[in-house]
Unconditional design. Sequence first.
Length: 236
Amino acid sequence: MSSVQVPDASEVPPSLSEQIYASLRQEIVEGQLRPGHRLVELTIAKRFGVSQAPVREALRRLSQEGLAVNEPRRGTRIRQLTLREIEEIYEVRAELEAYAARRFVTASSAASAKALKRAYSGLARASRSANQAAMLEQDVALHQSIVLGAQSTVLHETWLGVIGRWRGMRAIVASQWPQDPAGHLASHDPIVENLLAGDSEAAERCVRTHLEQAFTELSAYLTAVDPEDRVYVEQR
């Protein structure tokens, strides 16, 4: 009996919807597609030379990630954020991840410690390369290792929803918030050190400080931009 060769995942070409999604997402990250910009299925389909079906799927993925919003009778637009919404995302993350830090220490397993160290090494490599996209991915991986180390399914599922909103927000503001690689890595040092040392109170405090400072830095960048170039709108 002949066996069926299963292609390696890296060899499988991306689908049309994935290609369109990746292209539109990159344009959002680079600031070419601005918040409030209307994403018209037919126009995008003509641009890529495809039917509207893969475009519809690409827009659905953008909406799931929080990059776009579908409004009745108005179609799909790039999400418009307010500073208050951005602040709330950080506040909720801080509460969840502070709780995760406490539980991480309480659960205290060798596997969790190993995963945390591995995630930190990944962030260090990305920081040395000064690749902003890689830094973002490894940043999320490190924080996820803390949440997973807390060994709470409810916490992890709740955090995934919030981090999804955060990733969408982060992509929208990417063009106006370049992060210093060395400083970004260093801001995680006290979190990792205290978690591995088993100091739950210090770890929780460091997590809160890290996220509060991140919002403060982001807010300073966004508000310093000329009003006509800002990627957020005033409080609605």
